[in-house]
Design a protein around this ligand. Structure first.
Ligand code: B12
Ligand code: SF4
Length: 468
């Protein structure tokens, strides 16, 4: 069978910049190919690098691709904040295509029946990991015989609970050749923050034992952590290095250090293979899993950046989202990384319940006091279906409202919990927060790049300003 997979487009005001890869669809594509199917991935984000943020051009190109490839099955990757894009694409594609349309990913996993009701063009949705069921669907098996598949027959929707892949090492490496790798491997500031490296991202574990109130991880990948073995990871890294000219890897596991023994083995194998002389790498980890020994190993293996979900400087706020970490732990994590000579990028949040401008000021002082190479991105605490936060504070938004771009963007731009209005926050951010984050970013660029790269970055910026 011929399968077309579609990756959604976020709201963008500029050309797309290289970022982490859509690995979920690439893994599905490689398992489908293993089953003898022909697959393409239509990446709406990467298309925005080619066409700029012109949605009409990207839609047109998607339809042309559909008409020339003539798929038998079309599958969408669907995340909650972009579900309006999935809905719009399903509407467009249905005008030209009468075969089965399905969606998978975090959003349909959280609300399978509602997704089928709200996006009437869809025939089915898949909960959990797509690699298990897609080869079955593409071979024409009865959808309802496959775990995690929900199917619509007239007004009747039926489905079953998903299963998880017990041994991740059975998966063929993701089909990166179906992506625009020239775009994704272009050196940029996003993939490995402030370090202008040409990189490829990998994910080497799935699932989480924690239950942070805002997170859907356990729904899609389960309540235990499953991991690829060090052998699989090294083989994968070698394959990527043979296929692409890059100088870095990014491991976007929720917590690369969830099993420190495995992490240590991966580092040892990287050094044994001499890869630490050719490439750098970055990881994501929890603050409570860092210690000097593992940091030393990571550093020796070439790790230059650790991204940590510090979330906030307030213990009450950490407790309110059930993070299971403490402010002291966070401080210690930053200190340990500084001593080890590894940069830190902190993911932090705003928009906590009852938050005031004073809280924002305190968070900013906390960020200012943090030493070392410490960059920060601050995002709003978002309320996703399937989470404890949605059950308590979501006000049944997705059940009660249309899934349009306006409604959904408005929902995710509104402060639902804090005492600061969106307008006040915006003004405060512009005046106080942004200058500090920019200053930190500049320092990180200066300390994390060679003089030649710095000159190139400045040259590119000037060129952009002149052409704007
Ligand atoms: C890497 C990453 C990114 C990268 C790459 C995006 C991507 N979709 O791969 C970048 C930086 C671009 C990114 C951006 C965003 N991300 Co992001 N990202 C992640 C991260 C850390 C890993 C994703 C991953 O590779 N997972 C591993 C692969 C194997 O799983 P997967 O992609 O989910 O796919 C599997 C299943 O979901 C399913 N599946 C997925 N698609 C389909 C399609 C079909 C047809 C089928 C059958 C099955 C299926 O099968 C796949 C294989 O098992 C996750 C957290 C996490 N651990 O998942 C957040 C996460 C997916 N991101 C999230 C969000 C919100 C975003 C943004 C909307 C942020 C924003 N506000 O702009 C954008 C959306 C961009 C986009 N076009 O999707 C949320 C989604 C929450 C939700 N409930 O929807 C997550 C879960 C983080 C979180 N906890 O909040 N992200
Ligand atoms: S935020 Fe991270 S630690 Fe918390 S539940 Fe999600 S994946 Fe696990």
């Amino acid at each position: 069978m011929k399968v077309m997979l579609i990756y959604p487009l976020p709201v963008m005001s500029r050309k797309a910049e290289p970022n982490w890869l859509p690995l979920g669809l690439s893994f599905i594509a490689s398992t489908l190919r293993q089953g003898g199917h022909e697959v393409i991935i239509f990446d709406r984000y990467a298309s925005a690098a080619r066409f700029g943020p012109d949605k009409a051009k990207i839609d047109g190109h998607m339809l042309q691709t559909l008409l020339s490839f003539k798929p038998d099955l079309v599958g969408f990757n669907a995340v909650t904040p972009l579900i309006y894009d999935t809905a719009a694409c399903a509407g467009l594609i249905r005008q030209e295509f009468s075969g089965p349309l399905i969606a998978g990913g975090h959003h349909p996993t959280a609300m399978p029946e509602l997704t089928l009701q709200k996006i009437p063009q869809l025939n089915g949705v898949v909960q959990g990991e797509g690699e298990i069921v897609m080869p079955g669907l593409a071979s024409g098996k009865d959808p309802l015989s496959l775990p995690g598949v929900w199917w619509k027959n007239g007004n009747v929707i039926k489905g079953s609970a998903p299963e998880q892949i017990a041994d991740l090492d059975i998966l063929p490496f993701p089909a990166l050749d179906l992506l625009d790798m020239e775009f994704y491997t272009h050196p940029g500031k996003k993939a490995i923050k402030a370090q202008y490296l040409s990189s490829v991202s990998l994910i080497t574990s799935r699932g989480c034992t924690r239950r942070c109130a805002f997170c859907t991880e356990h729904l899609t990948y389960g309540k235990k952590v499953r991991m690829h073995s060090p052998g699989y990871i090294l083989e994968w890294m070698h394959k990527i290095l043979a296929d692409y000219r890059i100088n870095a890897f990014y491991f976007h596991d929720n917590d690369f250090l969830a099993d420190k023994e495995r992490a240590a083995l991966v580092c040892e194998k990287i050094v044994e293979a001499g890869l630490h002389r050719k490439v750098k790498f970055a990881i994501q980890a929890r603050a409570d899993h860092l210690d000097p020994k593992i940091l030393d190993l990571l550093k020796r293996a070439g790790c230059t950046l650790i991204e940590i979900g510090l979330e906030t400087d307030s213990q009450d706020q950490l407790n309110s989202i059930n993070k299971g970490t403490s402010v002291d732990m966070n401080r210690l994590a930053i200190e340990m990384c500084r001593e080890a000579g590894i940069a830190v990028h902190a993911y932090m949040m705003q928009g906590f319940e009852g938050e005031t401008i004073n809280d924002l000021e305190q968070r900013l002082s906390w960020i200012k006091a943090a030493g070392g190479t410490f960059t920060v991105s601050l995002s709003n605490l978002q309320i996703y279906p399937g989470t404890a936060l949605y059950r308590e504070k979501g006000n049944s938004f997705f059940e009660d409202n249309p899934w349009t771009r306006e409604e959904i963007n408005n929902y995710y731009r509104t402060d639902h919990l804090s005492a600061v209005s969106s307008g006040e926050r915006l003004a405060w951010t512009k005046e106080k927060l942004t200058p500090e984050l920019r200053r930190r970013n500049r320092l990180a660029i200066l300390s994390g790049n060679s003089m030649r790269t710095i000159v190139r970055i400045i040259f590119d910026k000037v060129k952009k300003k002149i052409s704007a």
